[in-house]
Design a protein around this ligand. Structure first.
Ligand SMILES: [Zn+2]
Length: 473
């Protein structure tokens, strides 16, 4: 396999540390809100990479963290405690918020056919590991205490900007946020390893440490959690391209200072999802989620196909027109495959042809995970003069990586009559309350009700005939 490596800025042959085995780390979500489909684009691309490696016979171990420590998603001691803000908004405790949105994230993964990583570790489970790494960094002289916090000293490194200067603009933004706010730093790129003093006095989660009661900086969790489960060196670290700086840059700085050697060989970065106006993100107000796509009548796998149609290293422009086109393409593709599955009966597949197409598919994946090319190989197979059993076998094989449920008969929605009558009356009452709230234009309450139901695995779908519901899982 050949992969683009953000460290060398080149497509390189992929050579794992241990032959036949791949250790892989994914930066997980910050769980104070539903995941935006833009973030989920990264998880889809990473899922395809993992499945491609497994398809080619590698034994993959993949680890992901869950950022459930308060203040996060900014390196700086600025902004607001997003977990606390979420908790206040929803009248819950911070840990309830984290648990709720962690479950919602897993639900989104399931709907998008994203395999659960082998290990998923919440940051709050690893505080002693963070403290240990910070102690070692202090001992080795890579960290210092100032203003009751512990900072990483970036001036101790020969090359802090390991990803180069191609995102100077982003780097400047990141630095600007910090530098005006924190006069304790010796160098403008230094970052906090442990806070005991922060802008937000009411930080909800705190732990004892040798430096006082406080909480960890953002970056330390990925270094510690990956080393805990993957050891002192790993093959592939994944994430969105917006994590390159400062997050991944800081992860590398502290990990390699701690270890005294190179930490991760390949950096796999997935590009943004844009709309016509630029990058789509949580901070822009309206959050486009998987649930919203379902409400609008899209199968979540249509969004997966939409992502697979383009290369992960290109910005992808989202629009509902594009989703409509992809929905039509998905229906057609699935129908063609299912027709072959049904027609196949007991006739034997042409194994030589299956293996030939399989090799072509692997060639596409080996070309820096070129999923669009992989889809073309599938369309070629469906057009080729092969019998139905062969076509069905090829589609089934490719779908191990594509994850589009191409050979899975769509399940009929669960009959309400089979459902627990108590659940039915509860859901129906909630639907009525949501309808009343919408009528009064209280959309916040209407959304809250929808989210409460979603937390119980119940998905609402607004149709012309009224609101329908479905219990998932
Ligand atoms: Zn990370």
């Amino acid at each position: 396999m050949k992969l683009y490596n953000s460290l060398s800025k080149k497509v390189e042959p992929f050579i794992p540390n241990v032959e036949g085995r791949v250790s892989m780390y994914t930066c997980g979500p910050t769980v104070y809100h539903f995941a935006h489909i833009g973030n989920l684009r990264s998880y889809i691309a990473e899922d395809v990479l993992e499945k491609a490696l497994r398809y080619e016979g590698y034994d993959v171990k993949r680890v992901m963290n869950i950022t459930d420590v308060g203040h996060l998603s900014s390196d700086a001691d600025t902004g607001e405690d997003k977990m606390l803000k979420g908790a206040k908004r929803e009248h819950k405790t911070v840990m309830e918020i984290a648990e709720f949105y962690t479950k919602a994230f897993f639900e989104d993964m399931k709907r998008l056919n994203i395999k659960m990583p082998d290990v998923v570790e919440p940051a709050t489970h690893c505080i002693p590991e963070f403290i240990h790494m910070i102690e070692v960094l202090l001992e080795k002289g890579y960290a210092y205490r100032a203003g009751e916090n512990v900072y990483f000293d970036t001036s101790k490194l020969d090359n802090y900007f390991v990803f180069g200067s191609q995102n100077e603009e982003e780097q400047l933004v990141g630095v600007r946020d910090d530098v005006t706010e924190d006069s304790n730093k010796r160098n403008k790129n230094d970052f906090v390893l442990w806070f005991t003093k922060s802008k937000f006095e009411d930080q909800a989660l705190k732990w004892d440490s040798p430096w006082g009661t406080g909480y960890p900086g953002w970056h330390i969790e990925c270094s510690c959690i990956s080393m805990k489960h993957l050891g002192d060196s790993m093959d592939i670290h994944c994430g969105g391209v917006d994590n390159m700086f400062p997050h991944h840059t800081n992860e590398i700085a502290q990990s390699e200072a701690y270890l005294g050697h190179k930490w991760c060989n390949y950096w796999f970065h997935v590009h943004h999802l844009n709309d016509r106006n630029g990058k789509m993100s949580k901070s822009k107000g309206d959050i486009l989620t998987v649930s919203k796509l379902i409400e609008k009548g899209y199968d979540p796998l249509v969004y997966r196909l939409f992502c697979l149609q383009s290369h992960y290293r290109k910005p992808l422009e989202f629009s509902f027109d594009q989703m409509d086109n992809t929905a039509v393409a998905y229906e057609k593709l699935k129908k063609r495959v299912m027709d072959n599955v049904r027609k196949a009966g007991n006739e034997p597949a042409d194994e030589a042809a299956v293996s030939e197409y399989r090799n072509r598919f692997i060639e596409a994946l080996d070309n820096d995970v070129n999923t669009a090319m992989g889809l073309t190989v599938l369309y070629d197979a469906l057009k080729a003069p092969l019998n139905a059993a062969t076509k069905a076998a090829i589609a089934k094989s490719f779908d191990e990586v594509l994850g589009l449920d191409l050979t899975v008969e769509k399940e009929a929605p669960e009959e309400k009559t089979d459902a627990d009558p108590e659940l039915v009356s509860y859901v129906e009452e909630m639907i009525e309350r949501r309808k009343a709230a919408k009528k009064e234009k209280n959309f916040e309450e209407a959304d809250r009700i929808r989210n409460e139901l979603l937390g119980k695995g119940i998905v609402l779908k607004d149709t012309r005939e009224g609101t329908l519901w479905e219990k998932q899982g």
